[in-house]
Each structure stands twice: as structure tokens, then as C-alpha cells.
Design a protein around this ligand. Structure first.
Ligand code: CU
Ligand code: ZN
Length: 374
């Protein structure tokens, strides 16, 4: 059984062939992984910026085919095609029942253990447990996940495209649609046009936004942003992006440029978070989508931005997604041609090329590298 394991922070992933994978226990399924995207969050774990401890199998954006089901599994049978969700959603806890399954109290367990819901592990090497990020671990030919970490999809949906839905698409499109609740005719700014940012842009487009400002420092990403629906491209490498956006949004209170209805920040740095608040209009929404570093803080002008201008500033965790509702919806949007997935795939690679894929992310070269398994 072959998988890519992070042995220690700031080291390359090791491709190991001698891992053992135990079969699925109660309410778990074994999945033959067909494809996995390589996401910035995988790199953040490698760099020690997110609280997941090595040794761990990374990869959390995958799709595959159910191989075996554990006792009590009712929603799947061998042969089913599934998208893997990095937030298990139980449907019955307090937050699930309050329409916030992205914050599932049962599922939150896997963020802490990086194992199964019962705190145990299915992967081992020489008898030592190997963790799997968010109970997913899609940088592996096979994985075992909780039943509530998978969503069945139609057999005719290509699995390499379906994989992307599992993180980047749910996170980006969901932030625009579920969390920002972008409305027809809205003006929207998206700061950061990588894999998730491009999805925030297409989410805003699908929701009917009239103008979409794409903000990035890389010209190649701005070109892609246009393809995904951006109407205005703002090069943040020269000049102040806040003014560049605001001066195109009309005149608001006290003769000042108004700002956009919605800003989606998809970088996670204090500087870009401040820019996001700055370009949002009075009464508008600023949504933080990018994962900041653990423990990061932000200074706020609470008189102007929160009190006088009543901006709504919120995070968006996993795009505020209900995976059982949203994954099938996104599959349908792809089939109808509205959701672009083919264009997200910059490179199709083998598991052995995963470290190279991280370097490409660092250089800002790709929207997504996708690992294809045989
Ligand atoms: Cu991700
Ligand atoms: Zn729940």
C-alpha cells in the first residue's frame, strides 16, 4: 500500500510502500482513491502552520470508489463513487441541526486526532500508527474514512474533477454562495486568486454578481481569474489595491468612494485581511476564507468599521458547506457547464511528484496539481 507521508515538519513527503491499512470498522468505509488535489493547506501542515502532527498522510481533496464497508454502514455499498469531505458531518449534533454542518461537533474530533472519530488509527507502519489529515489522507492509494466523511456522486461524474470539489470548490464557491450570500447585481472583490480564490470568483459569478474585482500580485493568476468570471483585474503588486477597487464603486457616505458589497479574502495574511475590510462598503460583508496561521491576530478599527459603518466581518469555514446538499449541487453545476473544473487542473501528476507540486504552489505557478492514481 503506497502513500505519501510527512515524516516531520519542513521535510519532503516520503513515498512509502510498506504501510498497513486496517479494514473499515463500524460506520467507516474503505475507498480506493482515484484522484487527489494538492492544496495549499497540505503545504501549510508541512510547514507547521496548522495544528496537525507528523507522521501524517496528507491530502484532503479526493474522490474515489468505495471498496469495502464496515459494520452498520447504510449509505454506501462497494462500487459507489464518492467525494471525500474533510469535515465529517453527522447531521444530528447541535451545529448540524442549526444549519451549520461545516462546524459539526462530532466531525471536529478528526481535527484533533487526525484519525478516526473514535480517536484510533487505521494506517500503521511497523506497528506504529500513522495519522491521516482530517480523517482523509488522500495522498494514498487507499484510505479508510468515517461514513459521514463521504458523499455519493453519480457514476458518470469524472473522478479527477470530482476530487476538486472536496476542498477548493466547496470552500471557494461556498464562501461566496453560503457565507457571503452574494446576490444578483452585487459588486464583489476577491483577494487572492489561487485554487480557492478562483472558486470564490466563480461562486460569485454563479450567484449573479455584476462586477467581480480579482486582486492578486501575479499576472498569470489574474488571467485565470478572468476566465473564471472576474470583470476587473487589480494588480496588487503596484499601488494600493483598496483604492484601486473603491474608486470604481461609486460615491457613498460623505462623498467618499463606496466600496464593494462583498469582499472575499483568500490569502489569510493580516495585510490582506485589512485590505479586505478596507474595500468593503458600509453595511457590506467581509469574509475571511483563507486559512491564517494558528494564533494569528488582527487589529481592527472598531469605531469606523464595526460601529459607524456596520460592516459584517466573518470567517468562512469549509465554505459554510452542507456537503450532502452542496456536493451533488456542484456536480450538477459542472455537468450543466456553469461550474468550471477542467480549467482548474493545471497539472496531472503521479503521487511521486507531490513534492514538486508543493514547490509549484510556493512559486504560485498552478491553480491545482491533481494526483491521478492508476
Ligand atoms: Cu484544501
Ligand atoms: Zn454534526
Amino acid at each position: 500500500m503506497k502513500a505519501a507521508v510527512l515524516p516531520a515538519y519542513n521535510e519532503d513527503l516520503q513515498i512509502l510502500e510498506d504501510l498497513e491499512l486496517e479494514g473499515p470498522k463500524a460506520n467507516e468505509i474503505k475507498v480506493k482513491v482515484a484522484a487527489s488535489g494538492v492544496c495549499h493547506s497540505d503545504l501549510s501542515i508541512l510547514q507547521g502552520r496548522l495544528p496537525v502532527m507528523p507522521p501524517v498522510i496528507l491530502g484532503h481533496e479526493g474522490a474515489g470508489i468505495v471498496e469495502e464497508v464496515g459494520e452498520g454502514v447504510t449509505r454506501f455499498k462497494p462500487g459507489d463513487h464518492v467525494v471525500i469531505s474533510w469535515v465529517p458531518q453527522c447531521g444530528t449534533c447541535y451545529t448540524c441541526e442549526h444549519g451549520q454542518p461545516q462546524l459539526c461537533e462530532t466531525g471536529a474530533m478528526v481535527a484533533v486526532t487526525a484519525g478516526m472519530l473514535d480517536g484510533t488509527y487505521r494506517f500503521t507502519r511497523d506497528g506504529e500508527p500513522i495519522r491521516q489529515m482530517q480523517a482523509t489522507g488522500t495522498f494514498s492509494e487507499y484510505t479508510v474514512v468515517p461514513e459521514i466523511s463521504a458523499v455519493k456522486i453519480d457514476d458518470d461524474m469524472p473522478l479527477d474533477k470530482a476530487a476538486l470539489i472536496g476542498c477548493g470548490v466547496l470552500t471557494g464557491v461556498g464562501a461566496a454562495v453560503n457565507v457571503a450570500n452574494v446576490q444578483k447585481g452585487d459588486t464583489v472583490a476577491v483577494i487572492g486568486c489561487g485554487g480557492v480564490g478562483l472558486n470564490a470568483i466563480q461562486g460569485a459569478r454563479i450567484a449573479g454578481a455584476e462586477r467581480i474585482f480579482a486582486v492578486d500580485t501575479a499576472a498569470s493568476k489574474l488571467d485565470l481569474a478572468k476566465e473564471f468570471g472576474a470583470t476587473d483585474l487589480i494588480d496588487a503588486s503596484s499601488g494600493d489595491p483598496v483604492m484601486a477597487v473603491k474608486e470604481q464603486t461609486g460615491i457613498g457616505t460623505l462623498g467618499m468612494p463606496r466600496g464593494v458589497d462583498v469582499t472575499l479574502e483568500v490569502v489569510g495574511f493580516a495585510e490582506t485581511l485589512k485590505q479586505a475590510i478596507g474595500m468593503t462598503r458600509a453595511g457590506g460583508k467581509t469574509v475571511f476564507v483563507g486559512a491564517p496561521q494558528l494564533g494569528a491576530t488582527l487589529e481592527l478599527d472598531i469605531f469606523m468599521d464595526l460601529f459607524a459603518m456596520q460592516k459584517i466581518i466573518t470567517g468562512a469555514f469549509y465554505g459554510g458547506s452542507d456537503v450532502n446538499r452542496d456536493v451533488p449541487k456542484l456536480v450538477d453545476l459542472y455537468k450543466s457547464g456553469e461550474l468550471k473544473l477542467d480549467e482548474l487542473v493545471s497539472r496531472r501528476i503521479k503521487l511521486e511528484d507531490v513534492n514538486e507540486a508543493f514547490r509549484a504552489i510556493e512559486k504560485g505557478e498552478v491553480a491545482r496539481s491533481v494526483i491521478i492514481y492508476d
